[in-house]
Design a protein around this ligand. Sequence first.
Ligand code: HEC
Ligand code: HEC
Length: 302
Amino acid sequence: MRKLFKVLGVIVGVLITSVLLVVLVTYLITEYRWNRTYELTMETVEVSADPAVIEHGRHIATIRGCVDCHGENLAGRIFIEDPIAGRIVATNLTSGEGGIGSSYTDEDLIRSIRKGIKSDGKPTLFMPAYEYIQIHERDLSTLISYIRSVEPVDNILPDNKLAIPMRAMYVLQGNIPLFSAEMVDLSTPIPTIEPVTLHERGQYLATSCMGCHGRDMKGGTIPGVPPHWPPATDLTMAGSMATWIEADFFRAMRDGRTPDGRVLNAEFMPYPILGTMTDEELQSLYVYLSSLGQIAAADELN
Ligand code: HEC
Ligand code: HEC
């Protein structure tokens, strides 16, 4: 009996030590990557006070999801706070108290947005720059003009905190997008060529869906979100959209209702903001999505 307890004691001891070791190693790896400094790049665009330009920038900030995390007025907010992730805080982008608006240059804003690198060279946390690095010069210029135009809001926010489970998932799973700076090619210049055809424009806009629906739009578990989130739907023609017509897609994107009577949950699928896309933008997305996975769908029929 005593021998058994001894053996059990050793097993428990080894288990506890291994867990502590994993915690320590994941902590050290994330601290190292979070505090790494990247070379500062200096890129700029033309900034304008023209109301039409600013209005377009506001539209870009909406359909690209900036307002989803940074708030309608860009004054920032705590957008995740739970025991798994920790506390993740989207920055106050205005020039009010607690905001970066007055200390950041246009170059600093552009570097954060496109590359996920702060003005001190450290990586931004959970800021999806990998979706924004391909935003072309004209859209970027309207976006910066809009950020520069917003009302200053005093909003002093707490610091970010990364909880151990999120650190462990990041290190062990490898697909949690904690630091965009690691995920993009930092030498990519601001694109000057704009998409022309509906298909090209749809592909350009669809980069805003990839964070959840995946690079291939085939959906599945969304990396890094809380466990109560449903998987994202397959948006290719191998998924439920294969039987939809364009009007069905418009209704899903604007009212959150699918042709088979399901109601999408705006907590997970941000249709209230994505649905503000113009008819032409939604149409181009539909054309692009309809071109995905057609071959796979045809294969299944055979
Ligand atoms: C998924 C949520 C999310 C979305 C979408 C998002 N951001 Fe952020 N953003 C963050 C978080 C979180 C931070 C804070 C990162 C940090 O403190 O390390 C941040 C930081 C920033 C910063 C400042 C970084 C710094 O240097 O301190 C800028 C500028 C910024 N975001 C602009 C934008 C713009 C413009 C968009 C839309 C094109 C956008 N963000 C979309 C989450 C988001
Ligand atoms: C923040 C994550 C997120 C983003 C960004 C996002 N989606 Fe979704 N989407 C989801 C989730 C999760 C679901 C499943 C919702 C549910 O089951 O209630 C979904 C469902 C959908 C559906 C319904 C499909 C069906 O058959 O039920 C469509 C259509 C859709 N998304 C299109 C898009 C498009 C187009 C974009 C980009 C412009 C986009 N989504 C961006 C998370 C997201």
